[in-house]
Design a protein around this ligand. Structure first.
Ligand code: UD1
Ligand code: UDP
Length: 402
């Protein structure tokens, strides 16, 4: 079952609590399974894995080694939705790939659970680390908790308060059974406290996506995507849309595409199209043709995406991650949604919620250069991965003290 570059090492330590005695020194091993399944997960697990590696390298004969094993559920599987991120983020191959693929929510969630349980039974981790709010996050949390494994949720506590969003269900269920809540912003702490989560289990660590952004700024600056699409810095709109509320309804998707075509007469558009959106355009028979002012392109890699988000005059999106990245870059962002689980990107950052009816007026405001709020939230500083490792290591002490 185990594949990739960490497999052999894993087999030799499986199921043991290693105590390497060297004179007075001793190393205790903490075994951690880390889950990634869909595009927005890869840039969240990379900093955690890097921080664990750096922590282990600093150990000098005594302390706790954090041994990580990466499981890719295979929820996303296209080269442009998955492999490219492993390469660009330097994660290396996952230790195991469950290869679950696409399906209905029930099929996908259940398949992940069935395939993930034996991985837990074999490796016997001390901790499961999950990120974000996708089906893989929920499925693996359920499996681990029923096996008595501790779960740390990175990006815990975010709430849109919209239960029509599949992600909101995933967030609520994951947070109702996790053991350690690693939050990106104070609003998340408040949500968790309101839900009765004990204070000592919540640690405000900051935004882990920003760790990846900061680490990859140089590569993003070297991206050739602007030349490739013939776009000039600050003279184009970067669009990404994939939420079912926008793209799974024919009337909604038609109207959005019409508005975008109209907008492209004013400012060129680069629309990196998610496979769900592509599929729905085809299903509904909506015109998805590209032209030099309205370019529909396949999903781009991480460095290209950062480059587009940083250099756009405006980002129009329904992506969670892009709301955060534009806040960091201070690029104006219009989010085509009724709500956001990331309110700090609106209260402090450069994000504003919009809808199709209001879009033209909101675009005018941006093009007229009305200044937006442009603060980077506290702890979105590139060091969240390190704080996550520290929080896991300190967890027993924090909980015992309470
Ligand atoms: C998922 C997440 C969503 C996240 C998004 C990030 C859930 C419930 N949703 O939505 O929170 O914002 O990922 O991109 O977990 N497809 C491909 N190739 C792939 C992957 C998907 O063609 O590599 C197509 C398939 O037709 C599939 C559809 O996209 O049915 C939707 O994929 P799915 O993973 O079910 O949901 P996303 O919309 O990607
Ligand atoms: N992203 C990317 N290529 C694209 C579109 C997005 O690399 O074509 C990156 C983006 O920069 C961010 C992450 O994917 O880091 C966001 O993922 P997505 O929008 O798929 O999911 P969400 O954040 O909405 O859950």
């Amino acid at each position: 079952m185990w594949k990739g570059n960490r497999g052999n090492e894993f087999m030799s330590t499986m199921g043991q609590v290693d105590q390497t005695q060297a004179g007075a020194h001793s190393i205790t091993k903490l075994k951690v399974l880390v889950i990634a399944g869909a595009r927005p997960n890869f840039m969240k697990v990379a900093p955690f894995l890097q921080a664990a590696k750096a922590h282990n390298q600093r150990l000098q004969g005594s302390g706790t080694e954090v041994e990580c094993r990466l499981v890719h559920t295979g929820q996303h599987y296209d080269e442009k939705m998955s492999d490219v991120f492993f390469r660009e983020l330097g994660i290396g191959k996952p230790d195991v790939n469950l290869e679950v693929g696409s399906g209905s929510h029930a099929v996908q969630t259940a398949t992940i659970m069935i395939k993930f349980e034996p991985v837990c039974l074999e490796y016997k981790p001390d901790w499961l680390v999950v990120v974000g709010d996708v089906n893989s996050t929920l499925a693996c949390t359920l499996v681990a908790k029923k096996l008595g494994i501790n779960v740390a949720h990175i990006e815990a506590g975010l709430r849109s308060y919209d239960r029509a969003m599949p992600e909101e269900i995933n967030r609520l269920v994951t947070d109702s059974i996790s053991d350690l809540f690693l939050t990106p912003s104070p609003d998340a702490d408040e949500n968790l406290l309101k839900e009765g989560i004990p204070r000592e289990k919540i640690v405000l660590v900051g935004n882990i996506m920003i760790d990846s952004l900061v680490t990859n700024l140089k590569q993003a600056s070297a991206s050739k995507i602007l030349e490739k699409v013939g776009a000039k810095a600050k003279e184009f709109v970067f669009v990404t849309l994939h939420r079912p509320s926008n793209v799974d309804d024919k009337a909604s998707l038609s109207r959005i595409m019409e508005e975008l075509r109209r907008l492209s007469e004013r400012l060129p558009i680069v629309f990196s199209m998610h496979p769900r959106t592509c599929k729905m355009l085809e299903t509904f028979g909506i015109d998805g043709s590209s032209n030099p002012r309205f370019q529909i392109i396949e999903p781009v890699g991480y460095h290209d995406s950062l480059c587009l988000a940083r250099n756009a005059r405006l980002v129009l999106t329904d992506s969670g991650g892009l709301q955060e990245e534009t806040t960091y870059f201070q690029t104006p962002c219009l989010t085509l949604r009724q709500n956001t689980e990331r309110p700090i990107t609106v209260t402090l950052g450069s994000n504003k919620l919009t809808n199709v009816s209001q879009l033209r007026a909101d675009l005018n405001t941006v093009f007229e250069g009305v200044p937006l709020k442009c603060q980077i939230p506290p702890l979105w500083d590139g060091n969240t991965g390190v704080r996550c490792i520290e929080a896991i290591l300190q967890h027993p002490a924090r909980v015992a003290k309470a």
